[in-house]
Design a binder for this molecule. Sequence first.
Ligand SMILES: [Zn+2]
Length: 258
Amino acid sequence: MHLIDTHCHLDEEAFTTDMPDVIERAVAGDVGTLFTIGITAASCERAVEIAAEYEFVKAIVGVQPNYVSQLQDGDWEKIVALMQHPEVVGIGETGLDKYWDYAPLDLQREYFDRHLVLSRELDLPFVVHCREAEQEIVEQLRAFAGADQLRGVMHSFCGNEETLQACLDLGMHMSFSGMLTYKKNDDLRFVAKQVPLDRLLIETDAPYLAPVPNRGKRNEPAFVRHTCAVLAEIHNMTTEEMAEITTRNARELFRLEV
Ligand SMILES: [Zn+2]
């Protein structure tokens, strides 16, 4: 089995003392490829460093919407330069976050657009962070897409059926995290069942939101198998079959050579 964790944050403080062990456990647990996501200029630099160090780790770089108001002179240019690094397979995470109040929505919108434009220019897929901003994100994606299909991912998707349909119509892939495994999330499992197989991806978003049976602990990429197992059950197939499908989707979307 070869699983791909399409979204984790290996540069986070939670992993500073034991990152090599975390990566080793992932590989031992059939996670053959990991994407580590940068959220600030410094974190993007670190993500690319980690990707350069480990063959099966790739980087995704951008500025997370909550951090757009903290950018210093030159930070954005640094991130744009990193987008062109050979270890980088995607752009993000970008999007809108109305849950936290760290950055004005207009500034978040401006940076979301900048990421979308670069995604098109550099021919790399983009990764969307959406928190309590489903409507606004769909509107901005529609405006950007025009008549085109988009090449992007709704990361850790937890929206409703209507948002799902809008995203699918735009050509988006839907990535599910540990939240899919939580007992109370029947609605999310119902939505996940309606995603066409060729649009499904899995992720951990480690170190956050560990799946059952590791809920409440620090999350790590090896745990992506639990999300894969639940997604497989929802779609009436084996974990191995779902692993193959989600891995193929990730390889195609991110144009991986491995
Ligand atoms: Zn993230």
